[in-house]
Design a protein around this ligand. Structure first.
Ligand code: BEZ
Length: 256
């Protein structure tokens, strides 16, 4: 996962970005964890969904590339095993019945390596239950970031593309050519209400846009972020609430 995610601010994440795991609860229903199953939560962040899965009785292990996320998860859920590992190259001793991943794989630019690692760590007929940003994800926000950065004299920062948002055909082809059978593949709009009703987009950018803004002094950064929020207001501020224009790709696949 990207270096900036590894430096995430845990307090800001838990206080203002709880929607990340709130939406993930629906994906746990699709996982249908069985009591006797061994499940991996890939990109588990601070462990809320890992805990939710474990409450079904399954044995679950959490992994994330971010050490501070994993430390926070270990502190909160001491009954669960958590590991710092990269999605593009990981290996566990025992193969899993299922690999679950919510809102993480769009950080993994080496997508084929991640698919191969998931394949190698599943039992035969083991399943993948995945959801992450798909084609068109946060396009309104990204376009505004690019526009304001260019207008502010930082065209090179507008070129930083830090995420992997595939189409359905791109991702299902990747899965099928690496030994998976795909049972479900959906790309759907999921406008996501942001927690802060005053500065939702600014908070989102401060949390997730750190790599883009990292070399700017705080004053300049804040001016740019103000302008970006203003730029997207017409489309992202609805009935007094801020929304991020999320597009989700959702996958259910089995190792052949
Ligand atoms: C997402 O969950 O779609 C997302 C989060 C942070 C940055 C980009 C996308």
């Amino acid at each position: 996962m990207s270096a900036n995610r590894n430096e995430w601010n845990i307090e800001l994440y838990n206080e203002k970005h709880g929607f990340v795991y709130e939406y993930g609860k629906d994906l746990v229903k699709l996982l249908k964890p069985g009591e006797d199953e061994l499940i991996l939560d890939l990109g588990c962040g601070t462990g809320q969904l890992t805990n939710e899965i474990s409450e079904s009785g399954a044995t679950v292990i959490g992994m994330d590339a971010s050490e501070n996320m994993i430390n926070a998860a270990k502190e909160k859920y001491s009954n669960i095993d958590f590991y710092v590992k990269e999605a593009a190259n990981f290996q566990f001793e025992e193969p899993f019945d299922a690999i679950f991943s919510n809102a993480a794989l769009h950080w993994v630019l080496e997508s084929e390596k991640a698919v191969i690692s998931m394949f190698d760590n599943l039992k035969n007929r083991g399943r993948l239950v995945l959801e992450f940003g798909g084609k068109g994800n946060v396009k309104i926000i990204i376009d505004a970031v690019d526009k304001i950065l260019k207008e502010s004299g930082y065209p090179e920062k507008a070129e930083i593309k830090n995420w992997y948002f595939p189409t359905i055909s791109e991702y299902t082809t990747l899965l099928e050519s690496n030994g998976f059978e795909v049972e479900l593949a959906q790309l759907y709009e999921r406008p996501t209400e942001l927690t802060d009703s005053e500065n939702g987009i600014k908070e989102w950018l401060l949390m997730f846009g750190t790599v883009v803004f990292k070399d700017l002094n705080v004053e300049v950064r804040d001016q740019i972020i103000d302008k970006i929020q203003e730029e997207v207001k017409g489309r992202c501020f609805i009935n007094g609430k801020w929304f991020a224009d999320y597009m989700r790709i959702r996958i259910l696949a089995t190792k052949k």
